[in-house]
Design a binder for this molecule. Structure first.
Ligand SMILES: Nc1ncnc2c1ncn2[C@@H]1O[C@H](COP(=O)(O)OP(=O)(O)OP(=O)(O)O)[C@@H](O)[C@H]1O
Ligand SMILES: [Mg+2]
Length: 362
């Protein structure tokens, strides 16, 4: 088992810089998820840690040892990829033990380690089968088994579930959580799926265009996003953003107004150096569950309903305000709203997020 330290990692492919100086400390036994949109540098970061790609600048430390010049095979890491290329002509057992056979481990040791991994992954009944005789989820478990038998100090997962159907993904997510509880090994997991990030991670690292936007425990990122990017990326359906203006402000609060609602005060999350002078443009962020439907009229903001999605225990309502703001809100239970209904809505100022023109929370 080992922790990890990345110090000012920069990666350039030719002239193009794709990682712009990432520093990060990962504790021994932690489950860390790198999440971010396609192309933000998640796989590149993982490959740099694995040694499959060289960092242009910066240091990679695994378990107190700088490994920049250490071969991938000797870094104590095992990586599981999205495409879990198994050898089709080998049995599950042979696939899982392949790396150990290459490393010339004694036969009884290979057998023992494969049997233990198979037990953890509930693959024991399938050890003699070939990959084509397995379901997608079972094949992915074999790929994970191949990593487990190496008894790495750090597991690296690059979107290992994205080829599975939705139901299997949920199942495998639970399996991976259990696996981590059982092994207590440091895991770094890459995904662009914020639900996977929220459910699996001890710590989430949100990446965007080769930079870290925010690091935190899932709930903290959800409740206290540091900027517009994280606020929009974490949470589904995503946070609603409305353009508003500052009317006047004190050190601790600002009165905002928008075309869809009358002036109201909001407390500021941090003391800001940003100009909140009257007229300053701000973005108000409201999560769908923090917008309440009420009777129209009497000063309430208006929403013209466009689409209603009844999910049984929850109803998602999508609509547009008279000022053209698009809003999604959710209401508990089955709701009888229809297309073209007009409703009123309000929000609780305690759950409102406010961002300055640079996108930072204020
Ligand atoms: N070998 C390479 N040569 C040149 N550019 C590369 C190379 N590998 C990756 N890149 C670029 O680096 C950036 C980050 O790529 P990376 O594969 O790390 O993204 P990602 O976050 O894993 O995306 P995805 O979610 O699509 O897998 C992209 O802009 C990509 O085009
Ligand atoms: Mg990738």
């Amino acid at each position: 088992m080992a922790g990890l330290k990345l110090q000012h990692i920069v990666k350039r492919f030719g002239q193009i810089e794709v990682i712009h100086g990432i520093s990060l400390q990962i504790e021994d036994g932690e489950f860390v998820v790198f999440v971010g949109p396609s192309g933000c540098g998640k796989s590149t970061m993982l490959r740099i840690i694995a040694g499959l790609e060289e960092a242009t600048e910066g240091e990679v430390w695994i378990g107190g040892r700088q490994v920049n010049d250490v071969d991938p095979a000797n870094r104590g890491v095992a990586m599981v990829f999205q495409t879990y290329a198994l050898y089709p002509h080998m049995s599950v057992e042979e696939n899982m033990g392949f790396g150990l056979r290459m490393a010339k481990r004694p036969r009884h040791e290979i057998k023992e380690r494969v049997a233990r991994a198979a037990e953890i992954l509930q693959l024991t009944p399938y050890l003699k089968r070939r990959p084509k005789e397995l379901s997608g989820g079972q094949r992915q478990r074999v790929a994970i088994g191949r990593a487990i038998v190496r008894e790495p100090e750090v597991f690296l997962f690059d979107e290992p579930l994205s080829n599975l159907d939705a139901e299997l993904r949920v199942q495998m997510r639970i399996e991976l959580s259990k696996l981590h509880s059982e092994l207590q090994t440091t895991m770094i997991y890459v995904t662009h799926d914020q639900v996977e990030a929220m459910t699996l991670a001890d710590t989430i690292v949100v990446l965007n265009e080769g930079r870290i936007e925010q690091i935190g425990v899932p709930l903290d990122l959800y409740q206290h996003p540091a900027n517009l990017f994280v606020a929009g990326f974490i949470g589904a359906p995503r946070m609603n953003f409305l353009k508003v203006r500052a009317e006047h402000s004190t050190e601790k609060s600002v009165v905002i107004a928008g075309p869809d609602f009358p002036s109201r005060p909001l407390s500021l999350k941090k003391t800001t150096s940003v100009d909140l002078a009257p007229g300053a443009e701000l973005t108000l962020g409201l999560r769908p569950e923090h917008i309440k439907v009420c009777e129209p009229g009497s000063g309430a903001s208006m929403l013209l309903i466009e689409v209603v999605e009844n999910l049984g225990d929850l109803t998602l309502v999508h609509g547009t305000t008279p000022a053209g703001n698009r809003i999604t809100l959710n209401v508990k239970g089955f709701q009888n709203y229809r297309h073209a209904d007009a409703v009123g809505f309000g929000f609780d100022a305690n759950h409102a997020h406010l961002f300055d023109s640079a996108g930072s929370v204020v």
